[in-house]
Design a protein around this ligand. Structure first.
Ligand SMILES: C[S@@+](CC[C@H](N)C(=O)[O-])C[C@H]1O[C@@H](n2cnc3c(N)ncnc32)[C@H](O)[C@@H]1O
Length: 227
């Protein structure tokens, strides 16, 4: 399997920045917002003890990894783009990276947490079921499957997608669709938190944004479920 992302690996960060430049915010802000929602979800599910092993599926050039590596005992990344994996490995030498195909090169229940961030909308819809089934398969029973996706109901998300050079193939998933996929994959206790509702992480507006986490208005959402 090859990936069109091989052609975007070298300029991935610049291309994302250019698609969101209308917001006046830096890409770091969006990365940090993902880390915040992931950290909250992990705390809700595992308490203060950090989960041991995590797999980031479709990790790309690994821009999230310097931020999320401290949340886990051991982080592994997998992608179908060799050029992206090479770049990720240079950025985070202590993360283990593997190429993947339609199935994941890991044993059943190998990870406490599996994560996929802004990947499913690039996977052809007829393969969504097998993708989420594979995610659940490599997550240990009682472990956590986490999907971060764009919210198609948010107009600014739609604008960013329309301006992004590698999103021409994107088929956005409503949170209800992502929940359905995880349910069909056999996962349980499914929750969704919408985030990036307001352009603030802290203070009054940060708190207000978190309070609105159940409303489908944030630019992105995290759906989590127990394997
Ligand atoms: C928009 S990038 C997101 C990268 C990374 N998760 C992030 O948030 O920075 C989408 C990634 O999904 C990968 N991808 C696309 N289809 C995939 C598939 N079927 N299985 C695994 N990865 C896939 C691409 O190679 C690319 O690296």
């Amino acid at each position: 399997m090859t990936s069109t992302f091989d052609n975007h690996a070298a300029r991935y960060s610049d291309e994302v920045q250019s698609s969101i430049s209308f917001s006046g915010l830096r890409h770091d802000f969006f990365l940090q917002a993902k880390v915040d929602v992931l950290a909250r979800t992990l705390r809700r599910n595992f308490g203060a003890a950090p989960p041991g092993t995590a797999l980031d599926i479709g990790c790309g050039v690994g821009l999230l990894h310097p931020y999320i590596e401290p949340l886990f005992g051991k982080l592994t990344g997998a992608d179908i783009s060799a050029a992206s994996i090479e770049q990720a490995q240079r950025l985070s030498p202590s993360v283990a990276y593997s190429m993947m195909g339609e199935s994941l090169p890991y044993d059943d229940g190998a990870f406490d947490v599996t994560l996929t961030v802004c990947v499913l909308h690039h996977v052809p819809p007829e393969r969504w079921d097998s993708f989420t089934r594979e995610m659940r398969r490599v997550t240990r029973p009682g472990g956590l499957v986490c999907v971060i996706e764009h919210n198609p109901f948010n107009p600014l998300t739609q604008l960013a997608i329309s301006r992004c050079s590698f999103d021409a193939d994107a088929v956005l998933l409503r949170a209800s669709k992502t929940r359905e996929l995880l349910r069909k994959a056999g996962a349980k206790k499914i929750t969704t938190e919408f985030f990036l509702t307001l352009p603030a992480r802290g203070g009054f507006f940060g708190r207000l944004g978190r309070l609105a986490g159940r409303l489908p208005i944030g630019a992105q959402y995290l759906t989590a479920a127990r394997a």
